[in-house]
Design a binder for this molecule. Structure first.
Ligand SMILES: Cc1cc2nc3c(=O)[nH]c(=O)nc-3n(C[C@H](O)[C@H](O)[C@H](O)COP(=O)(O)O)c2cc1C
Length: 165
C-alpha cells in the first residue's frame, strides 16, 4: 500500500507538517510506503502517485488561498490520473482565521475534478477538528504535531478500510 504526500513549502512549515503526517501514518501502519514530495524541489514522482491508494496535498495559506505553486501543479497535471484514490488536504498558516478553510476547499475542488474520493480526516482523535482537512499553525508547529500525526494515521486507516472493500 502506498500513500503520497505532495506539498509546497517555502519557509519549511508545511514540510515539517508533512513529516508529522508521515510519522503519524508510519507510527501506526509501518507497512505502508509513504513518500513526501516537495513540488518546489521537483520531487513529485508521478509513477509513484499512480500506484498510490491515497494522496495527501499540503500547502501554505497565501492570502486565503493555496499557494500558486500547488495551483500550477494541479493546472499542469491534468493528465496525472488520480481517479478513485483517496484524497486529503492540509495547510499551514499564520492565523486560524487567515483562510485555512478557503485554501483547503480550493485544494479539495481540484481533487474532485481529478475524480478523487475526498476525506477530511475527521474521526477518532480528530473528531472535533479538521472538519474539511488538517492545519498546523506555522509559528508553533510543534503544538500541532499530535493532531497532524493523528490526521495522518486517520487518513491511512480510511485508505486501508476502502482498499479492503
Ligand atoms: C505571500 C504570503 C501570504 C500569506 N498569506 C497568509 C494568509 O492569508 N493567512 C495566513 O494565515 N497566513 C498567511 N501567510 C503565512 C503562511 O501561510 C505561513 O507562514 C505558512 O506556514 C508558510 O508555510 P511554509 O513555511 O511551508 O512556506 C502568508 C505567507 C506568505 C509568504
Amino acid at each position: 500500500m502506498k500513500i503520497g504526500i505532495v506539498y509546497v513549502s517555502k519557509t519549511g512549515n508545511t514540510e515539517v507538517a508533512a513529516e508529522f503526517i508521515e510519522d503519524g501514518i508510519l507510527g501506526k501502519y509501518p507497512f505502508i510506503q509513504v513518500r513526501t514530495m516537495d513540488i518546489r524541489e521537483g520531487e513529485v514522482d508521478v509513477e509513484f502517485l499512480k500506484e498510490c491508494e491515497a494522496v495527501i496535498f499540503g500547502s501554505p495559506v497565501y492570502f486565503t488561498s493555496m499557494s500558486w505553486e500547488l495551483k500550477r501543479w494541479f493546472d499542469n497535471s491534468f493528465r496525472v490520473n488520480l481517479q478513485g484514490k483517496l484524497g486529503a488536504a492540509f495547510v499551514t498558516a499564520q492565523s486560524l482565521t487567515g483562510g485555512t478553510d478557503t485554501a483547503i476547499m480550493e485544494m479539495i475542488r481540484h481533487m474532485l475534478v481529478k475524480g478523487m474520493l475526498v476525506y477530511s480526516g475527521m474521526s477518532g482523535k480528530n473528531r472535533n477538528h479538521f472538519q474539511i482537512g488538517a492545519m498546523g499553525m506555522g509559528k508553533n508547529l510543534e503544538a500541532s504535531r499530535e493532531e497532524l500525526e493523528a490526521f495522518g494515521a486517520d487518513v491511512a486507516e480510511k485508505t486501508i478500510e476502502i482498499s479492503r472493500k
